[in-house]
Design a protein around this ligand. Sequence first.
Ligand code: IVH
Length: 684
Amino acid sequence: MNLFENPKLRIEQLSESLNQHNYDYYVLDKPTISDFEFDALLQELTLLEKAYPDCVLPNSPTQRVGGEITKMFKSVEHRYPMLSLGNTYSFEDLKDFDERIKKLVSRDFSYICELKYDGVAIGLRYENGLLTQAVTRGDGIKGDDVTTNVKTIQTIPLKLNGNDFPADFEIRGEIIMSHKSFESLNKSREEDGDDLFANPRNAASGSLKLQDSREVAKRKLDCFLYFLLGNEWVENTHEERLNKAQDMGFNTGHFFQKCENLNDVFDFINKWDEQRKKLPFDIDGVVIKVNEIKLWETLGYTAKSPRWAISYKFKAERVETKLQSVSYQVGRTGSITPVANLAPVKLAGTTVKRASLHNADVMEKLDLCEFDTVFVEKGGEIIPKIVGINQEKRDMFAQKIHFITNCPQCQTPLIRTDGEANHYCPNEDYCPPQIKGKIEHFISRKAMNLDSLGEGKIEMLYDNGLIKNVADLFDLNSDQLFGLEKIMIGEEGKSKIVSFREKSVENILNALERAKTVPFERVLYALGIRFVGETVAKKLAKHFKTIQNLSKATLNELLEVDEIGEKIAESVLLYFSKSDHLELIERLANKGLQLEVHEDLLTPKSTILEGKTFVVSGVFSKPRDEIKALVEQHSGKNTSSISAQTSYLLAGDKMGPEKLKKAERLKIPIISETELLAMITPSV
Ligand code: IVH
């Protein structure tokens, strides 16, 4: 059939089949077509939807990539309150639960045991088989409408399989982030100098509240569904309902099990207490539910939770050890973290010597005294936690430990802003870890990209008194650098020698020379002004054109810039109010760094590449950034990964084989640097 003969029908067919393939891949883990075939179908659908926007279906799989922005999450009342579960911590508690039920019901019944996913509760509403609303728990009565973001989660069906379900119903479950996604998210946040998420639950919750759904799509959230609401279901047991949910296309996780008696429940708990260590996501217990739905009515609800279900929380492994001292770490941004140094003790397979005390409030709550005997646990967080003090073992003359008042690195009095948990050292330009942090940010890939200075070299230069700020980098010469040596001790105690040999000295000096061509917007980002990320830096550069103008801008002038709010504006004002910063900028200007916007950022040279998306990969005759800038100067767009939306793969030397393979599979034209130049050179 000609694609455009009946585009509406073809769009329907493609959406239907891609949704089924998504389900096979993400939920069943049994794909029936190759990635290549999938991407080809998705590309066909994307093209058709672009040509016939009126025919786009609400359940189109193209929605998964996100794109919509939610400025404010609407508050929505739950149709059924979102209840919680009673918690138990021992088998004794579970025996009581079982006995309570047996007193109230006279017939035989069974339990369904499920995993207790450690994530964020969500209610999904389906009308005529289409996902129409996704609401967070909130206070249990009202929650936030996060539909746009939830639609990016691959395992949540936008349209249900078949048509045998109520016209309007709700299903509830838990949105989680896998360990793998959590680790890669935190790794990239670390690279960008953003605060890290403490655990996958916090990361999932933070991700759901992002305004840009395209960003949510990148976070790779997942969702397990465990509760169908309403009386319209014909299935009489919870087990049948879970199977029904699975048939409709929901991911129920397959981990649930029917248990005929309490002993089976205990076996399930023991099994998962052991096996949870191997799961790719966090669970914090097991949920036990009466299987027969008729009994749910008989048993009823308390104000907060159902009487037909309960959760059993796993015990975090806990040990006792002696506190030796408390030290205070100063982060790159000046935040102070108290750390307990402990007598080494074995816990959940590793030897623990230190535990984070987080902040002054946590220390105060523990009422920590010198040489206390403390209880340490490894919970959901990666770093072990002190959860209490063994009062019986406390020395009667023990002195209480008070939070420090001055920075342990530079002795500046610490500050604590109202409402914030952390103390900060305000001496951002002269406090050693903050200086190093600022310089490390300056040289990072997305900033000045001075990778030949990475891997401990900054520390070495700083420790040898050669650099105290980013401008000092440009005063370095080969005499100072040659022969510098330092033994670095890595995380696992392995040591390595970092030294400046002839080649590395040459590389460093060349890189510093090249840095003088880095465009203004990236220099601005590299300065590390609080809250000025890559995008904000670009906006400010475009708007104010020179660092001179920006440094003189008033609050109102800053607020006039698109998407610059008070927090950013005030931080920019504060930065330029310091004479040290103005001096630093003058030195950078004298060294020849770009502190004015290049015309190319303001006016494109042509619109010849408008609507075209490029992936630039490999080594070219000039730095890759310059090639990318060329694309942008001619109104093209750069992205980092190949997808059905990519127009061209611009291939240089030594390009990774994966990219090439993917482009070939998706039939994306592969062009060379010369071909790009030909494209943007006007024909005569
Ligand atoms: S059932 C009315 N099942 O744990 C019953 N909840 O501490 C509703 N949770 O609010 C909940 N895994 O956010 C249920 N398999 C599971 C669960 C689960 C995680 C969460 C859920 C609930 C909280 C209670």
